[in-house]
Design a protein around this ligand. Structure first.
Ligand code: HGY
Ligand code: MN
Ligand code: MN
Length: 414
């Protein structure tokens, strides 16, 4: 499925349509500071510059395109351009393209903003290269320790610090960015919906009410590498078998819970030979639930079940928490006026995480969702109708007009 939208607006989706296509998985694989990501960053700079914005890269690799002088109490909109492996065309890029189009509509008709405005592209939102989702916004806000982040490694063993340096970012400066954070007066992220909420409501747009608590855990199973032909079945300590049983147990735990979700979508087998019993397996657990406590309880249940699976296997397991995001409740004091501006919109809970969720505890934040008729995301089947996307741009533009018209208090004018 492509993002083809033959319209002046949303043309940005067509412009990046060929970038990072994944012929093996289908869809797109666009990962931090790899060729597709660099190409998308260049596209963004060119696109933003063309409509009169000035682009800067912050200390964590996030891009900011400013209309006028950067300053406090800014209205910020945007999303991310990276993808999961084999992801869809809309998750992230729709928010960036819509933001640029909404701002272009404002600049084109001579609108005069009373507050600074920026379009942001957050780095590594999916965590596909270094394992931690929303890495750019987490670093900026201090939601991840900078030293720990610098040591994160990609599949090839390259550290974030090394990758940052290679991309021209000073690794020592990765981390909390008070200056960038303090400039945000309001963050509005437009995003394709990733479930069927809007389909069920029969509405094209909604505002976000909440985000599930979620996190990632790394399960490392160790056994004994050995010969596939020469090792009797009774002599084996096979971590693949242990991991397979454990993965079934992960699913059982979520099914037994009250609506929690648990997924193992990524497994690596070492050494990964057809004719060798593996020596170790790493399986990544993604767990989510409506409350922090329910998510923690699910993971505790998973851990217990996984240990039970290993009894008598001769294998061992270690479980390490790689990232955690507590439940997010978007502030109705921020969202309700936006809904009013838009003539009333439903509110929708999100099962997916977002940079707006990382920011929400620190700066006024809201999200606009655009209907996804397939309800499918993180897959090439992710989709949004052009009419709904255009409704999203128009809604974002109206929101920006309304919030930008409110003057900055005199003492905070830069
Ligand atoms: O994984 C997530 O929830 C998000 O799409 N990054
Ligand atoms: Mn995503
Ligand atoms: Mn996203």
């Amino acid at each position: 499925m492509t993002a083809t939208v033959a319209h002046g607006m949303l043309a940005g989706l067509d412009e990046i349509d060929a970038v990072g296509r994944d012929s093996r998985a289908g869809g797109y694989s666009r990962h931090l500071w790899q060729p597709a990501d660099f190409e998308l960053r260049s596209w963004f700079v060119e696109r933003a510059t063309r409509i009169g914005l000035a682009v800067e890269t912050d200390r964590n690799g996030n891009l900011w395109a400013w209309w006028g002088r950067p300053g406090p109490n800014a209205v910020v909109t945007g999303s991310h351009l990276d993808s999961v492996p084999g992801g869809g065309a809309f998750d992230g890029p729709l928010g960036v393209v819509s933001a640029l189009d909404a701002v272009a509509a404002l600049t084109a008709d001579g609108f005069r903003a009373s507050r600074p405005l920026a379009v942001v592209v957050f780095a590594e939102e999916e965590g596909s290269r270094f394992g931690v989702a929303c890495l750019g916004s987490r670093l900026m806000t201090g939601a991840i320790d900078a030293d720990r982040a610098r040591g994160l490694t990609d599949a090839g063993g390259i550290t974030l610090a090394e990758a940052a340096s290679a991309a021209g970012i000073e690794a020592a400066r990765l981390g909390v960015d008070r200056e960038a954070l303090d400039r945000i007066g309001l963050f509005v992220e437009l995003h394709v919906e990733q479930g069927r909420g809007l389909v069920d409501l029969g509405r094209p747009l909604a505002l976000a009410s909440s985000i599930l608590a979620h996190g990632r855990w790394r399960l490392t199973f160790t056994g004994e590498g050995n010969h596939a032909g020469a090792t009797a079945m009774s002599d084996r300590r096979d971590p693949v078998l242990a991991a397979a049983r454990a993965i079934v147990a992960v699913n059982d735990a979520a099914v037994a819970s009250d609506g929690a979700r648990a997924t193992v979508g990524r497994i690596s087998v070492v050494p990964g030979a057809t004719n060798a019993i593996a020596s170790s397996v790493v399986a990544w657990l993604d767990a989510r639930a409506a409350t922090d406590a329910a998510t923690r309880a699910l993971v505790a249940d998973v851990a217990e079940r996984v240990e039970e699976c290993l009894v008598g296997s001769g294998c061992a397991v270690t479980i390490s928490e790689e990232s955690w995001s507590g439940v997010v409740e978007f502030d109705p004091g921020v969202s309700t006026p936006l809904a009013t501006t838009l003539g009333g919109l439903p509110s929708l809970a999100s099962g997916a995480g977002h940079d707006a969720g990382i920011l929400a505890g620190l700066v006024p934040s809201a999200m606009l969702f655009v209907r996804n008729p397939t309800g499918v995301s993180h897959s090439p089947a992710e989709f949004a109708e052009t009419a709904d996307c255009l409704a999203g741009v128009t809604a974002l533009e109206r929101v920006l007009r309304s919030v930008l018209a409110v003057p900055v208090p005199r003492e905070t004018v830069p």
